[in-house]
Design a binder for this molecule. Structure first.
Ligand code: XMP
Length: 534
């Protein structure tokens, strides 16, 4: 295994991820573990190498150092950014504060033939120097190599951008191989863990499940856990994983606010209560939600009400389950499907909106209010890894590869006041759209249009337009279809769905959903439009 010591960089988990992608097992631990801890950790001989992460701080601002024992184990060590600087300083080199911060894309000249970079390059200069396209983010830099080290890489502004002591297998890079902007980064990390450390590439998702299951059992012991199941990917995978670990010690609470998609509640119950035999409390709170939404048409107001009611309903259910008598002693843990990007978001890296969105989604603040401990078994994983885990746990592909669905649900897809009548029409129309997207294959890629788009849905417009059906005149509602392609949801393009698909969806909706006589397609990109209509 590989030990990653975390000096507090926002991208440390990306190192772990790249190591996982090389199918090597790794663990992330804080950088301030003691020498004894390190020696104990390495004792059984399974530890093959250590990676020191970057930090957001400067070696002058903080006194985080790698435990010296790391350099005395006789195994390879790779220092990244701050990790390289502290390595240089601890081994007798020199680090100085840079006069300016270097941040972003850089071209690095790979010097000499080090085992780490041999044969890895992006292009050649006319003089025949091997060059790497990398991502840099640092203020300080190493100005003097420690004894035994040679220069491995350099840029004009950072003459020591990489260093190597090949006798001891110590390497340092000032750039970040873990981010995808460093084109050869994954190759470098793979070379380090597999070839230089000699770690066996035998780590697969099944192992991750076994480890996660063991960790949950150890954490929770014989105590009970509650989890708010939304039917979304993250909470579903968390539920399946925790259920695998502790079975009936887990109770899922599924709050149905009446603004879910067609048959969604039934699907969640069939899967979790039916197939997995998990304990699921299904709370049908649709009347309560719709009651509070009556007469309210302002989008933010609607969001607030839905968010508030959700917390209320969940709290009431949780209170029943945490009270002694409900079970042996009452639940002690609240489980959440927090994933790594959420952890970064709440660190303040992303916009405030993102934080707010997630705090609603993950019922923020609740663990404290309920006096519960927090269990977050997906905290270290990225979305695509969560999906892979879900499939490995036996969840259906369609559930795990679902488009995102906002917490307030159809509440923000029915413009203006929310009424049950509108929600029912919207559900029926939306189900047709999604069904057609899932069954129409784009011939070049062989993928369905559902898989080729990032988010697709139908919006209910509470306006009536005139139509003609058979011999009669109709005067019915309008829906808009929305399909976007995006990788980050911050910007998005409307999808160029084939006319034949739009035609079929439109005619099916108008023929099959009594009450809708007109279908439009939304051709606005984000920005300036948003993905949702409210
Ligand atoms: P917009 O409409 O802002 O949406 O372009 C970006 C992404 O965020 C989702 N979204 C929400 N998710 N609660 C959520 O949990 C919300 O209030 C909310 N509003 C928007 C939206 O579906 C899209 O994926």
């Amino acid at each position: 295994k590989i030990l990653i010591l975390d000096f507090g960089s926002q991208v440390t988990q990306l190192i772990a991820r790249r190591v996982r992608e090389a199918h090597v097992y790794s663990e992330v631990h804080p950088c301030d573990v003691t020498d004894e801890w390190v020696r104990e950790y390495a004792k059984d001989g399974h530890l093959k190498g250590v990676i020191l992460s970057g930090s957001h701080a400067s070696v002058y601002e903080v006194d985080d150092r790698a435990p010296q024992a790391v350099f005395e184990l006789g195994i390879p060590v790779l220092g990244i950014c701050y990790g390289m600087q502290t390595m240089a300083q601890q081994l007798g080199g020199k680090v100085e504060g840079g006069s300016h911060r270097e941040f972003g894309y850089a071209e690095v000249r790979a010097r000499g033939h080090t085992e780490l970079l041999k044969g890895i390059e992006d292009f050649h200069t006319p003089e025949g120097h091997g060059m790497l396209k990398v991502w840099m983010s640092h203020g300080d830099k190493v100005t003097e190599l420690p004894p035994g080290f040679k220069l491995m890489a350099s840029t004009p502004s950072c003459p020591i951008a990489g260093m190597a002591d090949e006798a001891r297998h110590f390497y340092g890079v000032q750039f970040h191989p873990e981010v995808t902007h460093t084109i050869q980064g994954a190759a470098m990390l793979q070379r380090f863990v597999r070839e230089i450390c000699g770690a066996t590439p035998d780590w697969i998702m099944k192992d991750h499940i076994d480890e996660a299951v063991a960790r949950i059992r150890e954490q929770v012991g014989d105590e009970e856990v509650i989890l708010g199941l939304s039917g979304g990917v993250d909470s579903s995978v968390a539920a399946a994983l925790i259920h695998r670990a502790i079975g009936d010690q887990l109770t899922c609470v599924f709050v149905d606010h009446g603004l879910l998609r067609l048959n969604e509640g039934q699907m969640v119950m069939d899967m979790f209560a039916g197939k997995l035999h998990a304990k699921v409390v299904h709370v049908d709170a649709s009347d309560q939600f719709l009651g509070h939404l009556k007469g309210v048409s302002d989008p933010e107001q609607k969001r607030k009400i839905i968010g508030r009611e959700f917390v209320e309903v969940f709290k009431a259910e949780a209170a029943k389950l945490t009270a002694s008598g409900a079970s042996k002693n009452g639940a002690k843990w609240l489980a959440q499907g927090t994933i790594y990007p959420d952890v970064i978001e709440s660190g303040g890296a992303k916009s405030k909106k993102a934080v707010v969105i997630k705090s609603h989604h993950n019922v923020g603040g609740l663990p404290e209010q309920l006096g519960l401990k927090l269990l977050e078994p997906l905290r270290d994983l990225f979305k695509d890894e969560v999906r892979e885990l879900g499939v490995a746990l036996g969840l259906p592909h369609d559930m795990v590869y679902r488009h995102p669905f906002p917490g307030p649900g159809l509440g923000v897809r029915i413009l203006g006041e929310v009424k049950k009548e509108y929600a029912d029409l919207l559900r029926a129309a939306d189900a047709i759209f999604i069904e057609e997207l899932r069954s129409t294959v784009e011939p070049h890629s062989g993928k369905t249009w559902y898989d080729l788009t990032s988010q697709t849905f139908t919006v209910f417009l509470p306006v009536k337009s005139v139509g003609v059906m058979g011999d009669g005149r109709t005067y019915d509602y309008v829906v808009a279809l929305r399909a976007v392609q995006t990788s980050d949801f911050m910007t998005a393009d409307w999808a160029e769905l084939p006319y034949s698909l739009l035609k079929k969806v439109s005619s099916r909706i108008i023929n099959e959903v009594r009450g809708i006589n007109r279908v439009t397609y939304d051709v606005s990109s984000k920005p300036p439009a948003t993905i949702e209509w409210e």
